[in-house]
Design a protein around this ligand. Structure first.
Ligand code: HEC
Length: 303
């Protein structure tokens, strides 16, 4: 009898250490994996930090305290009747994420830590900002992702530690920089830097200022199509008065369909980097100006 009482008491204690976390939509589980994985660097369901019971999700506060004491404190303070609302969860993540991920305070430090070698750039007017976006990534990282396309199950996947920057330009001036870094758990970290190069919680207001990382993940993990990527290689649907600059270079319909890069977003990236790159290689091959390693890459893809 005593043993049973003790077990019940233990269960009661441990359930007091559980908070239910709620999020909207079908992608709730994936989003929770990203949010909480930011503190554990391992799958939060496997570490016992998150549990799913009857389609509901619970955080074990004792486990969370070990990985993310600040987040545990915020969630505990924001919970009402043992439940954390979606807005409270996002606020608590936004408040503690940068610190947990140890993201550099300065863009210069970011650039030193994640060096983008053999940088290539793509310019586009997308949905995130009214300014022109200059997206920079490493050509070697992109080439590897393309080389590994079949090995990765016909997916464009970047190596862990790959960094991508998207600078927002007013004329020649960089007004802010958004960045992503590939993590080992398959997600990417998001960081936003202001015009002075300081880490900042939100982007400049476009329609709205975007909170990092929660609103970034919203678009990047979702399945909504954006212009100009969605219509590529056709002209994007233009809103009246809209300026659309997009991936320059050859518009190769076969390659666009082959990768379907924007709609498949195999690595939660939304730009058309493999598409633009391989389209360009094919055009160079036609012109007879391609080197042997690039020819090998096209042959490897069967294109
Ligand atoms: C409205 C949806 C949306 C939101 C919100 C959003 N992005 Fe993106 N992001 C895009 C699209 C679309 C692209 C492809 C390039 C373009 O059209 O701007 C992109 C591209 C990027 C890239 C280049 C790599 C890639 O995925 O192609 C980075 C870096 C990036 N975003 C960072 C961020 C950060 C940081 C935030 C949050 C502050 C954010 N994004 C929020 C839609 C979004």
């Amino acid at each position: 009898m005593r043993v049973v009482a003790l077990i019940l008491l233990m269960a009661a204690c441990s359930s007091a250490e559980q908070l239910e976390v709620t999020l909207e939509g079908e992608s709730a589980q994936r989003m929770l994996r990203f949010y909480f994985g930011s503190y554990t660097s391992e799958d939060p369901f496997e570490t016992g930090l998150l549990n799913e019971r009857g389609g509901r999700f619970y955080v074990d506060l004792a486990v969370l305290r070990a990985y993310g004491p600040e987040l545990a404190q915020e969630l505990n303070a924001m919970a009402s009747g043992g439940v954390v609302s979606p807005d409270s969860l996002r606020t608590a993540v936004q408040m503690t994420y940068y610190h947990a991920r140890n993201l550099p305070e300065r863009l210069s430090e970011f650039s030193n830590r994640w060096v983008i070698d053999n940088a290539i750039t793509f310019e586009v007017h997308g949905p995130v900002t009214k300014y022109l976006r200059r997206i920079t990534l490493s050509e070697s990282a992109l080439q590897s992702a393309i080389w590994n396309y079949y090995e990765n199950g016909e997916k464009i996947r970047y190596a862990v530690g790959t960094a991508i920057k998207a600078e927002h330009l007013r004329g020649a001036r960089v007004v802010e920089t958004t960045t992503m870094v590939r993590r080992s758990d398959g997600f990417w970290d998001f960081a936003t830097y202001d015009s002075t190069g300081a880490l900042t919680s939100h982007t400049l207001p476009n329609d709205r200022a975007l909170a990092t990382p929660t609103q970034c993940a919203g678009c990047h993990f979702g399945n909504k199509g954006f212009e100009p990527e969605q219509s590529w290689p056709l002209e994007p649907a233009n809103a009246p008065g809209d300026v659309r600059k997009w991936y320059t270079g050859p518009r190769d319909l076969e390659i666009a369909e082959f990768f379907s890069e924007h709609s498949r977003r195999s690595d939660t990236l939304l730009g058309l980097y493999a598409t633009a790159y391989v389209s360009n290689l094919r055009a160079q091959r036609t012109a007879g100006s391609l080197d042997s390693s690039a020819i090998a890459l096209l042959n490897h893809l069967g294109l």
